[in-house]
Design a protein around this ligand. Structure first.
Ligand code: FAD
Length: 427
């Protein structure tokens, strides 16, 4: 058994979360003694990496294997700054190797099936991984079939979503830099629920900021399928008016029906919009694996969970985390929340493996920062307490809130938040 070196930061970080989950006093740090069980974690995003690491840190020797298809973690948070030209891909990419020192076994591969009867995870290359409990954190996949012509436009690369950070982020940045001054960019926002409620409006600010300095004759149309801005509304409205007047035009109730004209025409209900760059954020559902594993049991889109353990309400022994879950009331689909789901699950899984009672009063929280310029930032925060009567998390009245105004101090906090959460997951 590999022994783990503890830094001061690890102890502090783990301590805070231990208190939150009720596991204080049983941090085993994964060292010594016989294994208490095998956990396979699928998906190395915000939720999966945190679960894998904390199962080891708190586990008293849990055997943990993380399966991820990608080579490195690429963060959606801060990726809008890459589109704006303020950050590079290297700034939002973190290697998975930081998990090695915690004793997490890593497998690069695609999980194709979960056999809940035999308790085995199957990979595309035929590998089978046995488990006592499995964590499924596949994030989201898209529903392009809801918009005519979208699948073909995405397949051809004419239209990009850039709602999973990686090559799509690079490609959209290139479309923006290749566009002539005087061009039109359109960003289409789907109806809620989607990943990161404020994310599209931050993206609008970053693209408009780029156009303002590099291509001032250009325009950005924000085509929102929703009746109004979905997060930090007054703050985004003020940012649009203060910084991007004459460049950014926001249109509510502008649901995209069809993509045509080689990816250059967005057909809405009553009009066609021509754009040189059309960025479509498609409607979303739980990641494909949640579907194939039979975990999707709400609205044919999301996975229902028991909020005390994050165990699926459809398939026993399978815990679902992050964006793939059907959210509790007022709970956002965010990286921060995915990280919190993971800590609730890690604590509960350890207790279940040990045959102990799980914490009956978990509390989770969320903070989402949005850049409205390269340096000015606004935040929204909330605290969510488990409600035993309704068996769900509920926002604590009076907790959290939003910034009074965009400011540069929060610009520094936002970058620090990103560094800290990436370290919490992967360092
Ligand atoms: C532009 C943008 C900005 C955002 N900004 C913020 C922000 O400021 N703050 C914030 O908190 N959140 C933000 N978010 C939201 C955040 O990115 C998501 O909520 C978060 O990524 C969800 O975490 P997750 O672990 O559920 O999914 P993901 O992070 O997407 O991780 C899922 C992982 O599973 C892997 N995977 C899926 N299926 C398989 C399979 N079958 N086999 C192997 N691997 C698989 C994927 O490769 C991926 O690595 C933003 C999102 C976007 C798009």
């Amino acid at each position: 058994m590999k022994h783990i070196e503890l830094s001061r930061r690890h102890i502090l970080g783990a301590g805070a979360a231990l208190a939150a989950t009720g596991l204080a006093g049983c941090a085993g740090m994964g060292g010594g003694g016989p294994s208490i069980g095998k956990v396979v974690v699928v998906g190395g995003g915000f939720a999966g990496t945190t679960a894998a690491k904390y199962l080891r840190m708190w586990g008293g020797n849990v055997d943990v294997t993380l399966v991820e298809r990608g080579d490195a973690f690429v963060s959606c948070p801060i990726s809008n700054l890459v589109l704006g030209g303020h950050k590079q891909m290297t700034d939002i990419t973190v290697p998975y190797s930081g998990l090695d020192k915690h004793g997490v076994k890593r497998v690069k591969g695609e999980v194709t099936a979960i056999d809940a009867q035999a308790k085995r995870v199957r990979l595309a290359d035929g590998t089978q991984l046995p488990y006592d409990r499995v964590v499924v954190a596949p994030g989201i996949d898209f529903m392009p079939e809801q918009i005519g012509g979208l699948q073909a436009a995405l397949d051809s690369g004419q239209v990009l979503h850039s709602w999973k950070a990686g090559p799509q982020t690079v490609a959209l940045r290139k479309q923006l830099t290749d566009m002539a001054d005087g061009g039109v960019v359109a960003v289409s926002i789907p109806k809620v629920p989607y990943r990161c409620p404020p994310g599209p409006y931050e993206r609008a600010c970053m693209i408009a900021g780029y156009l303002k300095t590099a291509k001032p004759k250009s325009k950005l149309l924000v085509l929102d399928a929703n009746p109004e801005i979905q997060s930090k509304k007054a703050l985004f409205e003020k940012a649009f008016a203060d910084h991007y007047k004459g460049i950014l035009e926001y249109r509510p109730n502008a649901e995209l029906k069809e993509v045509a004209g080689g990816g250059k025409v967005a057909k809405l209900e009553f009009e066609d919009v021509r754009a040189d760059v059309l960025n479509v954020i498609p409607p979303q559902r739980a990641g494909d694996l949640a579907r194939t594993a039979g975990l999707v049991n709400i609205n044919n889109r999301w996975a229902g969970v028991n909020w005390l353990t994050m165990e699926s309400t459809a398939v026993p022994g399978v815990h679902v985390l992050g964006d793939a879950t059907f959210p509790a009331p007022a709970m956002p689909k965010s990286g921060h929340m995915a990280n919190q789901h993971a800590k609730v699950a890690a604590a509960a899984i350890i207790q279940l493996l040990k045959g102990e009672a799980v914490n009956t009063a978990p509390v989770v929280m969320n903070t989402c920062y949005s850049f409205v310029t390269a340096r000015d930032v606004v935040h929204v925060a909330s605290v969510h307490q488990y409600d035993a009567a309704d068996k769900t998390f509920k926002a604590v009245p009076g907790s959290g809130g939003v910034s009074a105004a965009a400011n540069q101090v929060e610009g520094r906090y936002a970058l620090a938040w990103a560094q800290n959460i990436w370290a919490d997951m992967l360092a």
